[in-house]
Design a protein around this ligand. Structure first.
Ligand code: NAD
Length: 512
């Protein structure tokens, strides 16, 4: 039995929590608005958080602006040292924070711990990165000239995050942004405010221990209105936004209109191609976990299976059998496979998608439905379901954030790749095959058009070492590993002339 009140105490959560923090300092809002956070696990209210006003937001931005003037002068490895200590604090709080993630958001306890582990991993990555913010040197075409490029901090990074990875997305952004010399303002999802408050308490200890001024790590609680203020704010040069494509289009347009930079991590519509040369036993694990893990609420969740006609019936049978064995229930009980959806609005959207799919001709081979009574009193538990469909159904073209899996049949690999690419989104993709030619074609320029393309691994989840993100309506942003850090810095090209003359580029003569 999990002792939630002990966990809330450890993480500094009160029954009513202040609306914003600039690091160590917390403040109440200048209005009366409050968000109550209810757990989708049992429907109970966990605690409340006050909502920041536009005036409060302004105050935070001013504090952040001042903090940036200092933070940008701290050597990057010293900034990395703060991030190293943050990783240590996260290790100490992994169990408590992971449990709160599970209870407030509804993902399984293992996934809650896994999410905090990702935060720890990105801290480790960022510590190393703090000594590797490398620029290039180039050979100048002019004699006695030196040319190079360097990377400078960009300023305030605004972070807007989604409910489904309530804490990891923040750390993917902050850990890199901080070592790059930036300060951050985080607006978490209004559906998961408590995990955000907990994270700010964890970092605040590190800020105090290192005498870091107010304004390096800022948290502002609010709904989309705070996100809109950030998007339109010329004081915020970079807005990193994770969420739905609808949100990303609004944020991208607002930031673009002022020629700011946005880093967008939006919805996916991820498919696995199951080829005739697939290891079907391995494929079933990837497909089922991808479709029902986190109750289908990952941006990388498997939404579509594109199955070769020769293995279609056999694979369908295996899937139906596997779905029959799924245990749906309290995600804090590690015996269960599938937890709740985030709220009853999400349940309504799941039911609506099932109805639309049926109306378009979808054939359900595993029926959906909402569970009630007993452990299901929150009204957020639904049955994972499977439908045979056509890729061009409107509903199949759309990301429904719920455990609905679509099956599509194919004959030739070219056709399968066209189906896989034939949706507006471009996040994650996979092929299950033991045939080298098929695998390489899938990964080639004529293959998957997604930001992530896997072979013999499902679509769901990713390691922090690679750049994470997707194309098309997924928004084009990249976070986390590889050289994703460059999005958080401004590039400067420098040319130094150490000769006695001033030769012009391209041999231009300008004598007088
Ligand atoms: P959402 O779009 O409803 O909300 C995300 C965040 O955006 C919230 O903080 C919200 O307050 C804010 N917001 C909403 N409208 C806004 C606006 N007009 N201007 C500024 N801010 C606004 O998404 P959600 O339901 O919380 O999360 C689920 C979605 O997130 C799915 O589409 C999922 O695929 C996507 N997601 C993508 C990634 C990725 O890395 N690609 C990761 C996680 C989630």
């Amino acid at each position: 039995e999990t002792n939630i009140s002990a966990i809330l105490k450890q993480l500094g959560i009160e029954s009513i929590n202040p609306a914003y923090s600039t690091g160590q300092n917390w403040a109440s809002p200048s209005n009366e608005k409050i968000i109550d956070s209810h757990s989708p696990v049992d429907g109970k209210k966990i605690a409340s958080v006050q909502v920041a006003s536009a005036k409060d937001y302004d105050q935070v931005v001013e504090t952040a602006q001042k903090a940036f003037l200092h933070w940008r002068t701290v050597p990057a490895p010293k900034r990395g040292e703060m991030v190293r200590q943050f990783g240590e604090e996260l290790r100490k709080n992994k169990e408590a924070l992971g449990t709160l993630v599970s209870y407030e958001m509804g993902k399984s306890l293992q996934e809650g711990f896994g999410e905090v582990q990702e935060m720890i991993d990105i801290c480790d990555f960022a510590v190393g990165l703090s000594r590797q913010l490398y620029g290039l040197t180039m050979h100048s075409e002019r004699p006695s000239h030196r040319m190079y490029e360097q990377w400078h901090p960009i300023g305030i990074v605004g972070i807007i995050s989604a409910f489904n990875f309530p804490v990891a997305v923040w750390s993917w952004n902050t850990a890199l942004a901080w070592v790059c010399g930036n300060v951050c303002i985080w607006k978490p999802s209004e559906k998961t405010p408590l995990t955000a408050v907990a994270c700010q308490h964890i970092i605040s200890k590190v800020l105090t221990a290192n005498d870091v001024p107010e304004g390096v790590s800022n948290l502002v609680i609010g709904d989309r209105t705070i996100g809109e203020l950030m998007s339109n704010d010329t004081r915020i040069p970079l807005v990193s936004a994770t969420g739905s494509t609808r949100m990303g289009k609004a944020v991208g347009a607002a930031v673009g209109a002022r020629l700011g930079k946005s880093l967008l991590e939006l919805g996916g519509n991820n498919a696995i191609i199951i080829s005739s040369a697939a290891d079907l036993d391995m494929s079933i694990i990837g497909a089922v976990f991808g479709a029902v893990g986190t109750a289908g609420q990952r941006c990388t969740s498997t939404r579509r299976l594109i199955i070769h006609e020769s293995v279609y019936e056999a694979f369908k049978e295996k899937l139906v059998k596997a779905y029959g064995q799924l245990r749906i229930g309290n995600p804090l009980d590690q015996h269960n496979h599938v937890g709740p959806l985030i709220d009853t609005d999400a349940v309504a959207s799941y039911l609506d998608s099932i109805a639309k799919c049926k109306a378009e001709g979808g054939n359900f081979v595993v029926e959906g439905g909402v569970l009630s009574g007993g452990d299901y009193t929150s009204g957020c538990y639904v049955k994972p379901c499977i439908a045979e469909v056509k890729n061009d159904y409107q509903i199949v073209q759309h990301e429904t954030f719920a455990p609905i899996l679509y099956l599509i049949k194919y004959k030739e690999l070219d056709e399968a790749i066209a189906l896989q690419n034939g949706v507006p989104q471009g996040l994650s993709s996979a092929i299950m095959t033991l045939n080298l030619r098929e695998a390489e074609q899938f990964l080639s320029a004529q293959g998957s058009d997604c930001g992530i393309a896997n072979v013999n691994i499902g679509t769901s989840g990713a390691e922090i070492g690679g750049a994470f993100g997707g194309e098309k309506e997924t928004g084009g942003g990249r976070e986390s590993g590889s050289d994703a850090w460059k999005a958080y810095m401004r590039r400067q090209t420098n040319t130094i002339n150490y000769s006695n003359t001033l030769p012009l580029a391209q041999g231009i003569k300008f004598d007088f």
